[in-house]
Design a protein around this ligand. Sequence first.
Ligand SMILES: C[S@@+](CC[C@H](N)C(=O)[O-])C[C@H]1O[C@@H](n2cnc3c(N)ncnc32)[C@H](O)[C@@H]1O
Length: 366
Amino acid sequence: MVDLPDVRARDSKGLAKSFRYFGEIETPRMDCDTYTVFSLGIAGDDELLAMASEIDTGQPAPNVFYASVQDLLLEDPKRGPSAEALARFYPAISGGPIPEESPWPAFRTFCLAHRETLAPKLREGRTQTCVVHRCAIVLPALASLPRVAEAHGRVGLLEIGPSAGLNLRLDRYRYEYHGAAGSDVVWGERRARPVLRCEVRGDVHPPLPTSLEIVARRGLDLNVIDLEDPLALRWLRALIWPEHTERARLMDEALAHAATVPIEIEQGDAIRELEDQIAKLPIDAPRVLFATHVVYQIPRAGLLAMLDSIARASRQVPVDLVIMESTGKGDSRVDHLAFEDGERKGRRVLAHCDSHGRWIEWGRQA
Ligand SMILES: C[S@@+](CC[C@H](N)C(=O)[O-])C[C@H]1O[C@@H](n2cnc3c(N)ncnc32)[C@H](O)[C@@H]1O
């Protein structure tokens, strides 16, 4: 049994534990050797731990630390010899493969040389990823909702915590599900991009919509990412880990035609503003809310307040909620909660999956 760190701790001992856990459990799981080396190095380095203590307690410290460093490199990879030495370990910047040698000396030297410039990024940085591949999990979840199936795929969507909102355009992407019982299934226009490949584990193939008509694409986020803002876009890229070049490519493909499918994201706190936002969805299509890797950023009392407000909104029209969230055991789980007549009517586990949507095991409960 792994001893989980307190991700809010900012004292040296607590932070060291967070970074060590990150390097021993999280980064190997996500195939990122570079961040494994950084994490284990920081865990034993008082000067870098002191820098990390600036990070907001509501944010996962390793993610914000590494995004701040990469953001500074993306801003100017030639800002000095230490930047040039470190940039070689980021294929998105260097354009080449990651060198064999350890990136730790270059990383540590860069961090200490740019301590002052990094400080505001560390203080203000937020983990606002937008993982397009998670659409491969949301798509079957939508297909599994009885109300959506009855409406022949017509649906009004409200995403809680959409970040840049790329996943509100999930019907415009192409999907390839490989695996279950030897069957491969594709969904979406042949020329649609990005193509999201997802391994199907277990015996049950995830359901896919026979038709899907998204009549509203709305979002509510504490921090809206404006795709017209180059600094916001740079931060989005800085959050992508060095080894994850495929993820960067998928995001770029989604960004390339984002402007052709309008969405509406409002700035606000889902804990307080969800009911008003639900009321803005059309009344003549099933209302579906979804949140992928957002709930971990919301305190428990806030989550309960959100569920209450969804229940209240369901007095007018039923509401379905799909949540994809980490189990804390190396995978994620997809839950469906149905609300009707002012009450929560049920909860079911739809699937377990990879946190980035690279595999799905439909119907697995435990
Ligand atoms: C880790 S990102 C995930 C983004 C996206 N859902 C994805 O799967 O890639 C979490 C997002 O949730 C937003 N968020 C966190 N707490 C929130 C709240 N109380 N109300 C609205 N948005 C929130 C953050 O601003 C951020 O954009």
